[in-house]
Design a protein around this ligand. Structure first.
Ligand SMILES: [Fe+2]
Ligand SMILES: [Fe+2]
Ligand SMILES: [Fe+2]
Length: 443
């Protein structure tokens, strides 16, 4: 059982693969729940999310180094409580404080004695009692540091980060990494080849100067593309008075821009054909739409059709992670179920995130360099001066994908680089869902 947080209540995830916590009495669980509720009551959503991630990383690390189930349970409960104010752990001080405030003193301590022992050891208020306690505290410390490293990453200069060796990151990856960077490259090579014909469609249609006649020519060469255009034009969304039977009529009726989007989406759809990729494809359509809208509202000049294309393929790297071996999938699932963001989990388990992996696949398929760079940095836009990278980051935000840790620093930098206001972003976020109707036939 891994602790998870749902709708403000601590719950037990039902993943049968999750490490089982044991040796915990109902009292202990109740007390650590109270600690988590206390943090929540402070209204600090970010700390609450951080504590839950640290609990998830701790549980996985404890399991990887072979701690007993009861120690794993203890470190997880201590992680949930590790931002509880110190004064509340000291029962006497808490009672004095409440009495001074003329508040009723309820008998129970906020955390159990064993959790308090871990936290006081972590904070250096008591010596390490025995080797087992040493390991528990080390697991908690590494997990806390590891999560904070990713939280603070956008604040640091990229060159400094590349050189800096963070011992907690190294320790975490030593135990949790299940695949090497070279293995990931081999998996990219196993992705289905992006067909030359589809590549040609993307190359021609992504050009903003292409008009209805050229689109007709592109669609005429491929019955699937032609069918998608005609289906879209005859859909309830466009409801023509007379059925539309020719490609040219369809392009004229739905407009060149919609036709461009339908053709791009239809050409790329084949790469997301497995049942597992269906959800990812719908997310890609949503991000493409959002990216196009952000481009239209941005003061920096980015071609909306290029933004749409970049959005369609921004997460192509996730297809590579989806075909990783079972050891990767199981660990990835446990960590993401526990609230750790996919981009960070990928980094920990393989040394690379899906942005980097996607860029490598797109380079092999000879996509334009700006699209490759934007996809590479779409979760770390501060590393790229290209507005399209920031624009994809903002499109992920609009689609509420939660693939990385929320970052005010990154948001601020991305909105500044693209020249879009938070107000416009909020408006796009409010109106974007449902606007996929015109692309229904490629969903
Ligand atoms: Fe922390
Ligand atoms: Fe995404
Ligand atoms: Fe992503």
């Amino acid at each position: 059982m891994a602790l998870a947080w749902q709708d403000g209540k601590k719950a037990e995830s039902d993943g049968s693969e999750s490490p089982e916590l044991s040796g915990s009495s109902a009292d202990e669980i109740r007390m650590s729940t109270r600690a988590a509720e206390l943090i929540e009551a402070r209204g600090d959503e970010a700390i609450r999310a951080h504590c839950l991630r640290v609990a998830t990383w701790s549980s996985e690390l404890a399991s990887a180094i072979g701690l007993s189930e009861s120690d794993r349970n203890l470190v997880e409960r201590a992680a949930i409580a590790h931002h509880v104010p110190g004064i509340l752990l000291d029962d006497q001080a808490r009672r004095r404080l409440l009495a001074e405030m003329h508040l009723e003193v309820k008998g129970e301590p906020f955390v159990s004695n064993d959790v308090r022992a871990v936290l006081e050891t972590l904070w250096g208020r008591r010596p390490i009692a025995d080797p087992a306690m040493g390991k528990i505290v080390a697991v908690l410390e590494i997990s806390d540091d590891f999560d904070q490293f990713f939280e603070s990453e956008p604040l640091f200069d990229a060159d400094w980060l590349d050189e800096c060796t963070n011992s907690s990151v190294e320790a975490m990856m030593t135990y949790l990494q299940v695949t090497s960077r070279a293995d990931v490259t081999r998996v990219i090579d196993r992705l289905p080849v992006f067909p030359r014909a589809a590549r040609e469609v993307v190359r021609q249609v992504a050009n903003p100067d292409v008009g209805p006649r050229e689109m007709e020519a592109v669609a005429s060469a491929d019955p699937v593309l032609a069918g998608r255009l005609i289906q879209t034009a005859n859909s309830a969304y466009y409801s023509p008075r007379q059925p539309i039977g020719t490609i040219f009529h369809a392009v004229s009726y739905i407009g060149t821009e919609t036709a461009r989007r339908v053709l791009l989406a239809a050409a790329l759809r084949g790469n997301f054909s497995t049942p597992q990729a269906h959800q990812l494809w719908n997310h890609s359509l949503e991000v493409a739409q959002a990216a196009e809208l952000v481009a239209m509202h941005a003061s920096v000049k980015v071609d909306p059709s290029q933004a749409f294309l970049a959005g369609l393929i921004h997460d192509i790297g996730r297809l590579a992670f989806a075909i990783m071996p079972a050891a990767f999938q199981e660990r990835f699932q446990r960590l993401t179920d526990g609230g750790c963001p996919p981009a960070e989990v990928e980094m920990c388990l393989s040394g690379r995130c899906h942005g980097e992996v996607g860029a490598e696949a797109l380079a092999q398929w000879k996509f334009p360099p700006e699209i490759i760079e934007a996809v590479r940095w779409h979760h770390r836009p501060e590393r790229s001066s290209l507005p399209l990278s920031s624009l994809l980051y903002l499109a992920e935000f609009v689609s509420e994908s939660q693939e990385d840790l929320p970052s005010y620093v990154r948001m601020n930098a991305a909105t500044r680089l693209t020249g879009i206001s938070m107000g416009s972003l909020a408006e796009i976020r409010r109106t974007n869902p449902g606007s996929l109707e015109s692309l229904r036939f490629v969903a």
